[in-house]
Design a binder for this molecule. Sequence first.
Ligand code: 3PG
Length: 306
Amino acid sequence: MTKVLIATEKPFAKEAIELIRPVLDNAGYEMVLLENYTQKQDLLDAVADCEALIIRSDIADAEVIDAAKKLKIVVRAGAGYNNIDLDACTKAGIVAMNTPGQNSNAVAELALGMMVYSARGLFDGKTGTELKGKTLGIHAYGNVGRLVAAIAKGFGMEIYAFDPFVVPENIEKDGVTALSSAEELYSKCQYISLHIPANDKTKKSIGTSLLSLMPKGAMLVNTARKEVIHEAELMQLMQDRKDFKYVSDIEPDMASDFKEAYGNRVYFTPKKMGAQTAEANINAGVAAAEQIVDFLERGIDSCRVN
Ligand code: 3PG
């Protein structure tokens, strides 16, 4: 019997598991759950006899891939797949996929929620500011970026975007002004919402050279990845600029230094929770299970990333 391991250090909602199970049952597969695990060894043991693996931000590195002798496919139930060692998968003949778009709305809603929370001084009771009329720069106009733009419109924000991989017409049709460089975006916008992936090109790419261009009353909102931030440079910049705020859904490595130095000018969610809604868990989890069945039964690999 084909075994599908769902290994989630941060588990899916119960409702999602209830909907994933019949997808695998109907295909005649066995679903194995490894939730809330704290030791890598637990994952190494569990994956050893499985043909398919579903993960969230769980790390599928070369050691995990090597331990998974029967594995044919790993699906990251979510958008970013920087937690999977793609080279190791390819070498082992394992297909890697993500589930693009499935949890985007949850992340976009959180981005706006974090903007309001920070603009209102983390609800400290003191006078804050409004989003209405402020300039918002969306850095990368993919599934999440587009939804952030749509929601921000309701707040009356003036919206700009930069994405070298999207033709300007596809940005402008949404009533968003397409800019031709990141420098232009950061110079124009008080609020920047990050939606770039973490890869060799983007790691530590958000630092002094871009952030110092932001106008007074700047807020950086990160629902993407911590790796894209140059933390030391941001730390220094916030010392020089008392108007600068940073909110992130991913705790920086230097989280306690930031909190100690800048108090309520920074806010970090305790656990990455952009995709932590029942709806997003259902969408991404069911999509992952369906993609596994489609691949193993019919060879369909349209969401393949390696
Ligand atoms: C994603 O890349 O889809 C998000 O970062 C969600 O990550 P999570 O599944 O670990 O919450």
